[in-house]
Design a protein around this ligand. Structure first.
Ligand code: NDP
Length: 294
């Protein structure tokens, strides 16, 4: 068997076409959705991510601003900067590129973003809303995974979903979204004993670990849907996921590639969340986002 490829670039494009129409509708009402991306310091990888996010905004007609602050920026200066963005009516979403340089407190900075503009969905208020199924801004990567499954008509309801990784930005919010969609969810992590015992029972397997090719074909149930969130750069510069693609594709029924799988969806969901923030502000939609997948 060779698995069907779940192409994140194609699915992203599908959503972006819809977003563009919604942006146009807002512009007709005099509102251009705006995203401010704040980056502190000069980490080259982060600068590439930030530029990609800004470009993606422009591709659907949204306004974007990149604020590159010096590595010497203090916590107080950064918080004061975010407060100005909180008060700026042209900005509907604020994203601070993480991790911040040493000496700055990621969590305190996230809490400085107004929850209405927290399009990454990491503020306590938005994380709490996610847990009680009232999320306005589901974190972009796990939300992108749900949208990929929806696009591919993969039913989550009744399925055993195994997530490897329990980070606050991927594994945990992914578990919440899968639960909401009716999955029976197992979350594995570095302390899990006998990981293959769980992965081999997964109907839907999500790998979000950060270890190159650690999930091999022999750890996958025949016919499972495999979603590879991991992005790992090998010494030769090649990008690979957490799943060993070559052995996994012989066992799975569908699989995401790396690159070109979950990555493009993450940026697209950021656009979706920013657009949703602008629509909320304009009174065009009610509060929760449609994250249901039955
Ligand atoms: P974290 O490092 O925050 O979390 C990794 C998780 O993997 C932890 O929960 C850890 O367990 C678990 N883990 C580590 N080793 C093992 C192991 N041997 N067996 C089982 N579980 C293990 O990473 P992130 O969640 O931030 O990111 C995960 C991956 O996804 C990375 O490769 C990252 O680059 C990528 N990523 C991709 C995105 C995209 O857009 N495609 C967006 C965000 C991340 P424990 O909690 O016990 O330490």
């Amino acid at each position: 068997m060779s698995a069907k490829l779940i192409d994140g670039k194609v699915i992203s494009e599908f959503f972006r076409v819809e977003y563009k129409l919604r942006v146009d509708r807002l512009i007709e009402r005099g509102v251009r959705p705006g995203l401010a991306v704040v980056i502190v310091g000069n980490d080259p990888a982060s600068q590439v991510y930030v530029r990609n996010k800004a470009r993606a905004c422009e591709s659907v007609g949204m306004h974007s601003e990149v604020h590159a602050l010096a590595a010497t920026t203090s916590q107080d200066e950064l918080v004061a900067f975010i407060e100005k963005l909180n008060a700026n009516p042209a900005i509907h979403g604020i994203l601070v590129q993480l991790p911040l340089p040493k000496g700055l407190d990621d969590r305190a900075v996230i809490e400085a973003i107004h929850p209405d503009k927290d399009v990454d969905g990491f503020h306590y208020a938005n994380m709490g809303a996610l847990v009680i199924d009232e999320s306005r801004y589901p974190p972009c990567t796990p939300f992108g995974v749900m949208k990929m499954l929806e696009y591919e008509n993969v039913r989550v309801e009744g399925k055993h979903v195994v997530i490897v990784g329990r980070s606050n930005i991927v594994g945990k919010p992914q578990a919440m979204l899968m639960l909401k969609a009716g999955g029976t969810v197992t979350v594995c992590h570095s302390k899990t004993d006998n990981l293959p015992r769980f992965t081999r029972d997964a109907d839907i397997l999500v790998a979000a670990v950060g270890r190159p090719c650690m999930i091999t074909g022999s750890m996958i149930k025949p016919g499972a849907v495999v979603i590879d969130v991991g992005i790992n750069r090998l010494p030769d510069g090649k990008l690979v996921g957490d799943v060993d693609f070559e052995s996994a594709k012989k066992v799975a029924s569908a699989i995401t590639p790396v690159p070109g799988g979950v990555g493009p969806m993450t940026i697209t969901m950021l656009l979706g969340n920013t657009l949703h923030a602008a629509e909320l502000k304009a009174g065009l939609v009610e509060s929760a986002r449609d994250t249901m997948l039955a």
